[in-house]
Design a protein around this ligand. Structure first.
Ligand code: WTA
Length: 632
């Protein structure tokens, strides 16, 4: 890691100020005051949020902090699904629409809170029939359909720990995740649908479980797009058959606040992904509070987050946060450019979306195809826009604000991570927005930009983004690898190191620059360089590989690989595409390199570590910096 750095910023400081009515009606009306209130009594602040939710038994203590281990809402008992479902079914939201699903061709399925409640209970009872009990791990590898949400909530209902794996991951990635979590069950579907084509998820599962001894059963949702799937009866069971002959009521399992709710794998700097563990109580309070306050979500809102449920954004802001709040959530198995570049805008118009949450990559793609696409649709229902996953560069901010928000909607650029579980930095609704800057720590969070030694950088300078105090939705450990958890808290003294570089503006706003480590953010997805490298060297032709992120105007970064071939193999275009295909099959389409260069040698330190930094500097035509440790 480098030291902090000075930043010179061209141009004037520019702000956009939303209409005062936004502030007047916001849940958090005055950011500065709310933040002061939080600082005055940090635990009291979170306790107040927790009181809005239902608990079987309340806490003895809000926080027990034993650096770097936190226990939030000590000894409290709850079930997050009681707050997501039962609470609403018992009040005026009983017949409110909980979920509207849209398929690529405009098909629609609607679930009221009551209907969703019964579907979840039935599937939960079905899982019990299979012998799934509290603490068991269940892997969910599904397309973006309501059944994925039902499966997640059903696990939570009975205290099973879900591990959702994004449908864009390949055989090895899935196998590794199943084995690490020692999952008992996989829930999947015959196919996912993307751009009119089917992707055979079940076939991938069949291969992925060959070397997965913990798996007892595979539950298969048959979408019957082409033809009914054939099930191997000894191992596989139909999703809806499992729900037959069971009660539509299922008592929620009593969970301790610190019992695990789910594991979600994220890329790390080594070849093996990290199983980030989130627990029931704090995660519930953190996602509930942020959904309500960051999106300023009201009972009448129609909320659409375009993320797949396989990512943390889908966990926190498609499922748990919005349902805890009692929102109407839109789920769309849709891509921004199919059947044409108007697909998202059509959904907004048709369903009257009021809050729209998407990724900068999508926004930049929309910019490229032109404003005539959104201009064909009525977007006047929109009230608030959100962004997540990578820096929202000023040009993309301006376009989003002007073309989609019609110079009217506040844009919340939310910085957070799989590890943080909830949004941490943004510009709260109604506050002045500064393009290029995500904003400030939300009330409830203490963030800073510091040097390697942990000293705050001077305003106007850059350094490492850190979080200073524990927060309720923070990760509790890395599954079966607590040492990797401790690393987050022991890299820079006395704080949680996020792994991002950031600039602290003179006005206190924070600009996120990008990763400080070997993680590449490609179209908003985290990919570890080491994961791609090990996929490459598992090919018979490859002796060594080094992977870097290469800046790309559309996707943020592209994956570029440098490969040394084994003796007897010759560089060729054919071999390049073979290698790309190999990575696609092992890790999945999201981790495919866009470029491969064949090399005779890779820059290494004297101790044999590949210096990716040098490769990157060369690729970008910039100064590689300190190369004194380079071998030659
Ligand atoms: C990046 C996604 C800039 C960052 C919720 C972080 C962002 C990583 C932003 C976490 C943002 C996320 N501005 N960068 N608003 N949001 N990032 O775990 O590098 O998939 O560390 O969580 O995405 O990615 P993850």
């Amino acid at each position: 890691m480098a030291e902090s750095f000075e930043v010179s910023m061209a141009g004037e400081e520019k702000y956009y100020v939303p209409d005062p009515s936004y502030k007047e009606h916001a849940w958090t009306k005055d950011y500065a005051r709310a933040y002061q209130e939080f600082l005055a009594d940090k635990e009291g602040f979170w306790e107040k949020q927790a009181h809005h939710l239902e608990w079987f038994k309340k806490w003895d203590k809000v926080l027990e902090w034993n650096y770097p281990y936190a226990r939030w809402f000590v000894n409290a008992k709850l079930n997050i699904t009681s707050n997501c479902l039962d609470r609403h079914v018992a009040n005026h939201r009983r017949n409110k629409v909980a979920l509207i699903w849209r398929g690529e061709e405009g098909e629609e399925r609607i679930f009221t809170y009551k209907k969703l409640y019964h579907e979840v209970c039935r599937f939960a009872n079905g899982l019990k029939k299979l012998g799934v009990a509290k603490g068991d791990r269940v892997c969910i590898y599904m397309p973006l359909v309501p059944e994925q949400v039902i499966a997640m909530l059903a696990c939570a209902r009975i205290g099973a720990v879900h591990s959702v794996v994004f449908g864009g991951f390949g055989v090895n990635a899935l196998n590794m995740r199943i084995n690490d979590a020692e999952a008992k069950i996989v829930i999947t579907a015959d196919v996912a649908i993307r751009r009119g084509k089917t992707i055979p998820l079940k076939t991938i599962v069949e291969e992925a479980i060959i070397n997965a001894p913990s798996i007892e059963k595979v539950v298969v949702l048959s979408r019957e797009v082409d033809q009914p799937v054939e099930l191997h009866k000894e191992m596989e069971i139909d999703f809806y058959e499992l729900m037959e002959g069971v009660s539509a009521e299922c008592k929620p399992e009593v969970m301790d606040a610190e019992d695990p709710l789910f594991i979600l794998y994220t890329s790390g700097s080594t070849g093996t992904p990290k199983g980030i563990v989130h627990t029931c109580g704090g995660y519930m309070v953190g996602t509930y509070y942020t959904t309500l306050n960051v999106f300023d979500l009201k009972d009448t809102d129609v909320y659409w987050c375009t993320a797949d449920t396989g990512w943390i954004t889908g966990h926190s802001y498609v499922v748990y946060g919005p349902f805890c709040v009692g929102a109407t959530v839109v789920l769309a198995e849709a891509v921004p450019d199919y059947p044409d570049a108007g697909s998202f805008w059509k959904i907004i118009q048709d369903l009257g979306i009021t809050i729209f949450y998407t990724a900068p990559t999508a926004i930049r793609m929309f910019m490229r195809v032109g404003e005539e696409w959104p201009n064909r649709y009525d977007l006047s229902s929109l009230r608030i826009l959100g962004s997540v996953g990578e820096p929202l560069n000023p040009e993309a901010f301006e376009w989003y604000y002007r073309i989609i928000g019609k110079n009217r909607c506040p844009v919340v650029d939310t910085w957070w991570q799989t590890e943080t579980g909830m949004q941490m930095i943004t510009t709260m609704v109604g506050e002045p927005m500064r393009p290029g800057f995500a904003g400030k720590a939300i009330p409830g969070v203490v963030a800073d930009v510091v040097t390697k030694q942990g000293a705050p950088v001077e305003p106007g300078n850059g350094g490492f983004l850190v979080i200073r105090d524990p927060w309720p939705a923070m990760l509790r450990t890395v599954y079966k690898n607590d040492e990797r958890y401790r690393t987050y808290w022991h890299t820079i003294p006395d704080c949680y190191t996020a792994g991002d570089l950031a600039v602290k503006g003179k006005d206190g706003n924070i600009m996120i620059i990008g990763r400080a480590d070997d993680i590449i953010i490609v179209a908003g997805h985290n990919i570890g360089t080491a994961e791609v490298e090990s996929a490459l060297v598992s090919h018979q032709a490859v002796a060594e590989a080094a992977v870097i992120g290469k800046p790309d105007p559309l996707k943020g970064n592209l994956i570029k690989a440098f490969v040394i071939l084994r003796v007897g193999f010759q560089p060729s275009e054919k071999l390049k595409s073979d290698l790309i295909y190999h990575v696609r099959m092992t890790l999945g389409p999201i981790a495919m390199p866009s470029e491969i260069d064949f090399m005779d040698k890779l820059p290494k330190t004297r101790s044999g570590k590949i210096m990716r930094r040098v490769l990157k500097a060369k690729e970008m035509g910039i100064d590689p910096g300190d190369v004194s440790t380079l071998e030659e």
